[in-house]
Ligand binder design. Sequence first.
Ligand code: C2E
Ligand code: CA
Ligand code: CA
Length: 282
Amino acid sequence: KHGKNRLCFFSQEVLDDSERSSELILRLQESVEHGCAGFTLLYQPQVRAQTGELHGVEALLRWNCPEFPGIGPAEFIPVLENCGLIRRVGKWAMHEAVLQAHRLQQVFPGLSMSVNVSYKQLVDLDGGVEENLLDFVRRELEAFPLGDGRLIIELTESCVIDRLEETAQLMERFHQLGVGVAVDDFGTGYTALGILKQMPVDVVKVDRSFVQSQNRSEFDEVFLKFISLLCHQVGAEVCQEGVEDEDEYRLVLAAQADYIQGFWFGRPMTVGQLIERFEKKQ
Ligand code: C2E
Ligand code: CA
Ligand code: CA
């Protein structure tokens, strides 16, 4: 049917996959239509490396759908991105995170809130960089002020590098609103040190692959120290992701990271759990 002597194979697995993904798209659309019903945010603590005190949290998206139990953002976010739903869900998440940060700051003064922003939320249909999100964030912060640098947007390294100059300009405007900028998953794919030169980066989040004890090499240890040194020289702070045990914690301390986010200090949790866990310690 395809012509030109092309041959293609049918497999039940592929059919199951495509059935699953069209079902997934439908359910996600339904959720979004209902005001992002079923979406929630969990908050993972980011602690000061030296003292273990709570410094901030990262908002991480969850989606509760009976048809897809236990599905994680690694699976549903690319789908949201591909079918153009990420902007609406992204705005919902931004609103929710700012609101909760505003409340949490009454318990933890000065707490920072990091929100993941997908590349597709920054790019408009013509492929240029848009400012809709900027205006949205400005209005949110007028309604729920958080203080300078307390709201941080996290962009992945690969997202930034694709359009470094335009992204840098837009991030400059976020900066003018008092919003901080973090580069996520640093050290994966591209080692784009130029980002540090051209963008107003406040926080570098070093990818967790550099601390995982199983197959860590001497290179990883040197890399961690080097990144800290470089970041501190250019006025950025370092947050190490994925610290899971004491050995990894020691390594990160030796490498002079400023903040730590990882299961060793807390998994993503609800606001109630966060307060219960950290309130007394403050
Ligand atoms: P990310 O931004 O790198 O977020 C950190 C991920 O690492 C989270 O996975 C977190 O649960 C996990 N993690 C934290 N500490 C540890 C640790 O010690 N060990 C291990 N093995 N994992 C750890 P999660 O929540 O499944 O999120 C996966 C990814 O989905 C995120 O990676 C982020 O890229 C994306 N994501 C999550 N929420 C949002 C959102 O609201 N918007 C967008 N655009 N992306 C989001
Ligand atoms: Ca992140
Ligand atoms: Ca990351």
